[in-house]
Design a protein around this ligand. Sequence first.
Ligand code: PLP
Length: 376
Amino acid sequence: MIYLDNAATTRPCDEAKAGVVKGLETFGNPSSLHSCGLEAELLVRDARQAVADSLSCLPEEVYFTSCATESSNTAIFGAYKSQGKRLHRVVTTTIEHPATARPMDELERLGVEVVRIAPDDNGEITPEAVMAAVNDDTFLVSIMMVNNETGALLPVDKIFSAVHRKFPKIITHCDCVQGYLKFPIKTKTLGADMISVSAHKICGPKGIGALYIRKGLHIPALLMGGGQEKAQRSGTESVPLICGFGEAVKKYSKDISKRLEKARALETKLLELCEKNGGIKLNFTGTKSPYVTSISVDGLKSEVLLHYLEKKDIFVSSGSACSKGKKSGVLAEFGISPADMDTTLRVSIGADTSEDDLIAFEAAICEAQQELARLK
Ligand code: PLP
């Protein structure tokens, strides 16, 4: 099996699986005062420390959530609850994942002025464009690090530092889901007050994510109840998932630069193969993450090709897994034509992708192209 859909989700690593089992066996409630509870509490503490180390922040700045979607909803609605009565504008982009875009739509419905910055002609969101949109009435800037459909790598550190230099009180949030443990992220350098990450994109289990909230920033909770996670996120902690997340984080916090180098070499190989093919176009060639590449295969509809490849045990996405069956508005924002959108495939590499996988992928596309030519 050749799995090239790692931006949708990843295969859990053995360490994460073992972590989940350990968390299941350590069945106490972390809030219980007896030793069963303490054992579970220690596992949660260990995972929290691992996530904190991976972001160079304090463990008390890390809150476990059920997924990055919940993290971003908490960040956005929390910022609104704390500031939205006094201030009225938020600034974001037109290329955000639905986990940010839909809460932004909801803020708009609630009367907030949502300014969405579109990529420029080079497909980039510049600090200048963001600065032109923020003003004294702005309470939140929420911008993603790596776009999940094209791999576009946004200059978020420069954007957030420009925002904070002029408006120190504006809350900044970064969806780092596709950048986490693929690029080194340090909270101080990134300059985001809040960061969303997800375990299932880093070979951890599904159903668990985290939200970093800078110490001192008060963000009202989305879920209220038993007061877990320092009342930031009530609900009994999922010790198995947290434990699995922690083990994946420990594994993939190491050698980020080495893996990035390998990903860049694979991206170069993929681009070479596309060029050699002649019928494959790259949809985004600006500053990007090597882990995600969007291509269009001339004359072959995405879904048809996706299922053709699937029969050969090769798995890719037709765009983003979240836009299943729907045309992606995000690709249009990058200036991709409707015809190219119809033939888009997203190739996203992971920890165990090899050059041979990419060679086999291109060879399978060649076969599909030849079959199509025969039919014509
Ligand atoms: N943000 C980005 C950029 C993503 O790619 C995804 C998942 O596809 C999410 C947020 C949502 O993550 P989760 O599945 O953990 O809710």
